[in-house]
Design a protein around this ligand. Structure first.
Ligand SMILES: C[S@@+](CC[C@H](N)C(=O)[O-])C[C@H]1O[C@@H](n2cnc3c(N)ncnc32)[C@H](O)[C@@H]1O
Length: 275
């Protein structure tokens, strides 16, 4: 099947207002983290630098902003659709409060553990190495492929702790998500031919994976340069044929199993050392 791709350059809150109610099947949202500026320090190539992801990451009223886009996302989501929202502690308390306030049904909090996260340079806290992904829907009746999750996990129930290494970026975007994270999310939260929306498209990772796996995609990005990066990246991606999608799923499965196994091995080794 040929995926339909619809890319929009502009403010998602404004653009979403023109979408019909219930018109998308799944949403992946990776909103601004609001961690740039305000004296935040990060580690780049082993050096201490000020955290500056760009102007898009500095939002004065982050809670008000989150409420506006989340309200629109809820309106455009189908009755049995799901929304997956990623981020860090800088934004997640606000998202959690709003999911309750807007009466979403919270299904899971998925912890994405990055074993290769950068070290903590200031000796004043633990080294951050996780992101949280909220999974929510409009009601208790929603589409979620439990059996696909089990299959990807070698026949065992998949847990809400996902170990995936952070990858070398394919584009200039400072917060590009790894494609294997989106592969998991899209395989569990949608079917071939579904419409997937990313209101904060960035470098277009969600679009690339949606197209590859035969899903339709709507992406919105406010920044012109990022929009062009995403457009070129998605245009050069091909939809896999049915058989190849199955092979891709098998490859993803073996990767998931390897990661789970190496984590298990590590935990066992550590508990033996403690014993
Ligand atoms: C965390 S990044 C998303 C990264 C993306 N997941 C990827 O893999 O590249 C958030 C993106 O949202 C965009 N953005 C911020 N405010 C926006 C708005 N109101 N409407 C649309 N895009 C916005 C930023 O320019 C930035 O590229």
């Amino acid at each position: 099947m040929v995926s339909k791709i619809d890319l929009k350059n502009g403010d998602s809150i404004e653009i979403l207002k023109s979408f019909p109610d219930g018109s998308v099947d799944m949403i992946f949202a990776d909103p601004p983290y609001n961690l740039s500026g305000k004296g935040h320090i990060t580690c780049k190539n082993g050096k201490k630098v000020a955290c500056d992801k760009g102007e898009w990451d500095v939002i004065e009223d982050i809670h008000g902003f989150n409420e506006e886009w989340l309200k629109e996302c809820k309106r455009v989501l189908s009755d049995d659709g799901t929304i997956w929202i990623s981020g860090t502690l800088h934004n997640h308390p606000s998202i959690g409060v709003l999911l309750k306030k807007l009466e979403f049904w919270i299904i899971n909090d998925i912890v994405w553990f990055k074993p290769n996260a950068p070290p903590q340079l200031q000796p004043n806290r633990l080294a951050p190495s996780t992101e949280l992904i909220w999974l929510a829907s409009k009601s208790k009746k929603y589409y979620f492929d439990y059996y696909k999750a089990k299959e990807l996990n070698g026949g065992k129930q998949m847990r809400n702790l996902w170990t995936l290494t952070a990858k070398r970026h394919k584009t200039e975007h400072p917060t590009e998500k790894p494609e294997d994270l989106l592969e998991r999310i899209i395989l569990l939260g949608s079917k071939e031919g579904d419409v997937i929306l990313d209101p904060f498209m960035g470098s277009g990772t969600t679009g690339v994976v949606s197209k590859r796996l035969g899903r339709n995609f709507i992406g919105i990005e406010v920044d012109n340069d990022f929009f062009n990066i995403a457009k070129n990246r998605i245009n050069s991606e091909k939809t896999l044929e049915k058989e190849k999608i199955i092979v891709a799923e098998m490859q993803i499965a073996s990767l998931v199993q390897k990661q789970e196994l190496s984590l298990l091995k590590k935990v066992r080794e550590e508990s033996l050392l403690r014993a």
